[in-house]
Design a protein around this ligand. Sequence first.
Ligand SMILES: *Cc1c(COP(=O)(O)O)cnc(C)c1O
Length: 466
Amino acid sequence: MSDGTGTSGDLDGTGAVRAARRDQAVRAAVKQGLLGPDAPVVGLLDVAGIRESAAALRAAFDAVTAPGTPVLHAFAVKACPLVPVLRLLHEEGIGAEVASPGELALARAAGVPAERTVLDSPAKTPGELSEALALGIAVNADNPQELERIDALTAAGRSRSPLGLRVNPQVGGGSIEALSTATATSKFGVALRDEGARAWVVRAYLDRPWLTRLHTHTGSQGIPLTLMAEGVAQAYALAEEINERAGRRQVDTLDIGGGLPVNFASEETTPTYAEYARVLRDAVPGLFDGRYGLVTEFGRSLLAEHGTVVARVEYAKSAGGRPVAVTHAGVQVATRTVYAPGAWPLRIAAYDAEGLPKEGPEVVQDVAGPACFAGDLLAAGRALPLLEQGDYAAALDTGAYYFAHHYAYNSLARPAVYGFAGGGDGDVVLATVREAQTVEEIVAEAGGAYAGALTEAARRGGSGGL
Ligand SMILES: *Cc1c(COP(=O)(O)O)cnc(C)c1O
């Protein structure tokens, strides 16, 4: 593992610049008082970095698609459900893939138009479906029962929504079972290799001339690029078969999902969108010849590297001979890492009380969170400059599925999130993306307005009952 501060090691140019921007932002957050004794944990987002990733995604597909091919890159809102992030991506030409009423509302609040929004989720209610169809949002049905609901809705009135079906190509899983969506028994989509399934799908399309899209998503983090491409190849072959049988180009758009893995081990961005686009072009050349429009749904790879959660070291202690830094970032902001440290290790960078990268010999230590269970560790046995009281520990690459995914253990407050821009010779601008949750909000969200509900119910229920 490379050093945590990103100031040495085999960095590509972009990684080194990104690390330098991050260092400046941590320093600025401390200097401006956004991070300190009374605000002991914050999330930081790198505006320039997010824009670079969006540009890299667009360029990668531009390089392999025939001129004029419609391509919608829809950000998987799940990866970073923050309205200002969705607005920034929208400005960068990236739409939104949503999977719940909440995510749809976030995309709409960010100003993402219906025609740049795609709804995929395994459990859409009738109400959600009719809202999406009324808005003209693209919908990918997950299963035959959902398709029946859409049949009823489209019979009632025509919708502008492009409609598709999600298939599970059952090409197998990657290194993280929980994020592998194309296993034999995955809960997502129509399992294409099950007996009779393929014939059923083809018939479903032939019976529904308005079914014009086909969707697949092989998984997230831990799926090799070749397996992702294999899933896409299966969907492409199915689209070709449907179109052949229909005698026309009924399926006009393939939605190839997201899932590009992120390198959490160093500052290097690998694999890149350009590499994946080339792997796809080699595996499925027909996908890019202009006959099909494309939708992509990348999440983690657009945001992960551009987020940092920074936490103050409240206490520095020692136990059994091992130094332990007790910080304010643990399970509430790094849930996956704390519960599955083997699958989700994070790099940690050490900063001093001024927010400057910490120097000094590396010492093997634990970086702990604030929650009341022994396993609440951001990192165990990690070699870092010794963290002392008042220093800061930063968990790197946490822009997706980390601090924007608060877990309310111990009623720990959601931290504030700031976006940073500028720097270099000028001042770093830190813009509020989300305010910290207050203690009053915690009480309100925990039923504060209904404090007497249970005692009252017991009184009203009297002494009877079972
Ligand atoms: C989670 C998900 C994505 C995004 O996956 P990433 O690994 O974050 O790129 C895209 N599409 C669907 C259907 C998903 O469930």
